[in-house]
Design a protein around this ligand. Structure first.
Ligand SMILES: Nc1ncnc2c1ncn2[C@@H]1O[C@H](COP(=O)(O)OP(=O)(O)OP(=O)(O)O)[C@@H](O)[C@H]1O
Length: 665
């Protein structure tokens, strides 16, 4: 690697001058092709040098010997010798697949596999499997990696990817995946590694179109943000659905009932009607333009007078509606049809076809404009949203047969709240905009990874789908951990909202995070959550579970945290949202302890978790993602399930009140 770095530095030195010079001169005068090339080379070498600089990570973690007696090392990045021959294969290379997938039963041409253990950049040991002799071992190196104390954000798992994970990671780029998985089964890990694999395998296509990772909240993004850069991928956008849909810029909040309605799938149809309902019949259009439908559209064109009949206009309207995807394009198509109709008459009458300038002038003719404005009025998103909010008759038309009267009334917003929009209003605006205008294809992503996807509302799913375009998606989640008021209860529905009804479905059940004693406790809660999902089976027999019954919660928490700090790793204290706020002063000043509100614990993990007063977590009202607090039935128990499944090694349940029945039954 040092030699590769030296070679890259030499290239950089050769061209570095071009960067400085062209940095000054770029865009001024003539920058010849040589300079362009030099500039490109110098720029190319900069990230490559960073990538080749020591990263305190072992250069390789595995080795395979094939039946043909070739051998390869497998590592995080590809390393070659001065002749260009590979010394270490990138974990994403096609051949590396054999390292992860070969078994004694299905050797895939691999005679022997070696796994290296390492600490930082130092190799600490290795274990061999002679697959050719039918040998298969349970890996201590994998066990050590899984049990390793967590010291900070999430790390990559390249050294120990399991065969069933590898299969998902390396699915073809065109495949849409939906992965249901119990807590700690590696969904997030699979999603991120799949993003990295796709970028490596389809570099050109995906670097251009981009890869997006959507997570539930900013805390989660911070937790996972380092994984892709350590895998050498810096060009992946990571965002929350709130950021993606602009919800974070909302200036007002909906009451829970209204928010629920605005996130409902039926709103998609209301939005569609609110836009397309503006298209009138030819007859109404003519009347609206002050013309007599029996006479049709009369257009004065210099010395000429043209007439388009009702039937022609009706057909033009129907065609424009049928053959265009967006409202704005539809109006254009209608305008073109009018020009076309007149052009034909002009050709017959004058014997030659009028030019483009004539067409532009004709479009501006007052009669044409008046008809277009009446039959297919110009619209923008703001106008439509405003009409939905303020115009009762318009709202009733758009919602007729879709929403009840009471629901329709919830969409009304008083004029004094005019400029203020809620997060759900912005989603509605996004939906309406999609009917009005085609999205710029460059604003769509080649692949989108969506984590904790069970929490998305139908309208949020649709907003993400619009950003996917022709790209594929990987959807990860757990129905049992759905805690939003609109959480999904079926993946089929969710995939339909995401525009990928034919996605491949898989379920992961091998738990890598939570030890068996702790997952058993969580699995007691699972049947009470009202979803049909498989429980996790932990591959770990270590770990500890303690209950601390106390008269005083604060003392109990203090005792539990002090005990937890005697061991290595991070401590997470999870409590009902209000309780968490109250505990904050108690826990400040300890950098190995993090206090987490139960509603924000999703996706995170700690070596030692202290769950505070489960009864309170069960009772606490859900904190709505973009609105006020309000009780969502059953959500508290799901928060408890999430809280109980965050521990990597030890869990202490601190309680003053009796434990909820679901935990003890
Ligand atoms: N093959 C593996 N080797 C080592 N560690 C792994 C492996 N697979 C998963 N892990 C670890 O297990 C833990 C749980 O993984 P991850 O967070 O991806 O699970 P999840 O299914 O997304 O969980 P949750 O539903 O609770 O968010 C992580 O620390 C991850 O690094």
């Amino acid at each position: 690697m040092a030699r590769m770095l030296a070679a890259t530095e030499a290239i950089h030195r050769t061209y570095a001058g071009e960067v400085d010079e062209s940095g000054k001169n770029m865009g001024i005068g003539d920058v010849g092709p040589d300079k362009q090339f030099g500039w490109a080379m110098a720029n190319y070498t900069v990230p490559r040098m960073a990538d080749l600089t020591d990263r305190d990570i072992a250069l390789f973690f595995g080795r395979i010997w094939t039946d043909d007696d070739e051998d390869f090392h497998i590592g995080r990045r590809h390393i070659r010798d001065e002749h260009g021959d590979p010394l270490v294969l990138d974990w994403r290379a096609a051949l590396s697949e054999q390292y992860y997938r070969a078994s004694a039963h299905d050797r895939r041409g691999i005679a022997r596999r070696r796994r290296f253990g390492f600490q930082g950049a130092r190799i600490t040991g290795f274990e061999d499997e002679n697959l050719a002799f039918g040998e298969e071992i349970s890996s201590d190196i994998l066990t050590a990696e899984i049990e390793r104390p967590r010291t900070g954000p999430m790390r990559d798992i390249v050294a120990t990817i399991q065969p069933e994970q590898d299969e998902l990671i390396r699915r073809d780029a065109a495949v849409d995946l939906c992965v249901q998985g119990a807590p700690g089964t590696g969904k997030t890990a699979v999603g991120l590694h799949r993003a990295a694999w796709l970028l490596y395998t389809y570099t050109e296509k995906l670097n251009k179109s981009g890869v997006l990772v959507v997570g539930p909240n900013e805390g989660f993004l911070a937790y996972i943000s380092g994984v892709l850069p350590t895998l050498g991928e810096t060009a992946v956008w990571q965002t929350t659905v709130q950021q993606l849909t602009g919800a974070h810029t909302a200036t007002a909040a909906d009451d829970p009932q209204t928010a629920l309605l605005k996130h409902d799938e039926r709103m998609a149809l209301v939005c569609e009607r609110a836009v397309w309902g503006h298209v009138a019949t030819a007859e109404t259009g003519l009347r609206g333009a002050g013309a007599d439908p029996a006479e049709g559209l009369l257009i004065a064109d210099g010395g000429w007078r043209w007439r388009l009949g009702l039937r022609y206009l009706d057909e033009a309207l129907t065609n424009a509606r049928k053959h265009t995807r967006t409202y704005t394009a539809g109006r254009k198509a209608l305008e073109e049809a009018i020009v076309q109709g007149v052009r034909r008459q002009a050709e017959i009458r004058s014997g030659h076809s009028p030019d483009g300038r004539w067409a532009t002038k004709l479009k501006r003719a007052p009669a044409v404009q008046a008809f277009l404005d009446a039959a297919w009025p110009k619209l923008n998103t703001k106008t439509v949203v405003k009409k939905l909010q303020r115009d009762e008759a318009f709202r009733a038309d758009a919602a007729r047969g879709v929403l009840t009267d009471a629901e329709t009334a919830l969409l009304a917003r008083p004029a004094r709240a005019a400029a203020k929009q809620t997060a759900a209003d912005l989603l509605i605006a996004d939906e309406i905009e999609a009917h009005l205008n085609l999205r710029d294809p460059s604003a769509s992503y080649g692949h989108i990874v969506i984590d904790e996807a069970q929490d998305l509302s139908p309208m949020q799913c649709r907003a993400i789908a619009r950003r996917s375009g022709k790209g594929s998606i990987t959807v990860l989640g757990d129905l049992a951990q759905g805690t939003t008021p609109w959480a999904a209860s079926s993946w089929d529905d969710q995939m339909r909202h995401l525009g990928k009804p034919a996605a491949e479905h898989t379920e992961l059940t091998t738990g890598f995070r939570v030890p068996a004693v702790i997952i058993e406790l969580a699995n007691r809660v699972l049947p009470h959550l009202g979803v049909d999902v498989a429980p996790a089976r932990s591959i770990r027999s270590d770990g500890a579970l303690d209950h601390l019954h106390t008269d005083d919660l604060e003392t109990g928490v203090r005792t539990a945290v002090a005990a937890a700090l005697r061991e290595e790793g991070l401590v997470g204290v999870i409590a009902a949202d209000d309780r968490a706020a109250a505990l904050a002063p108690l826990l400040s000043g300890t950098d190995r302890v993090e206090l987490v509100a139960a509603s924000l614990a999703k996706g995170l993990e700690y070596d030692h978790v202290v769950v505070v007063e489960p009864a309170e977590i069960v009772e606490a009202p859900a904190t709505w993602p973009d609105g006020p607090a309000a009780a969502v039935p059953g959500v508290g128990l799901r928060h408890l399930y999430v809280a109980l499944t965050r521990a990597v090694s030890r869990l202490t349940v601190v309680h003053r009140r009796p434990l909820p029945e679901a935990m003890t039954a």
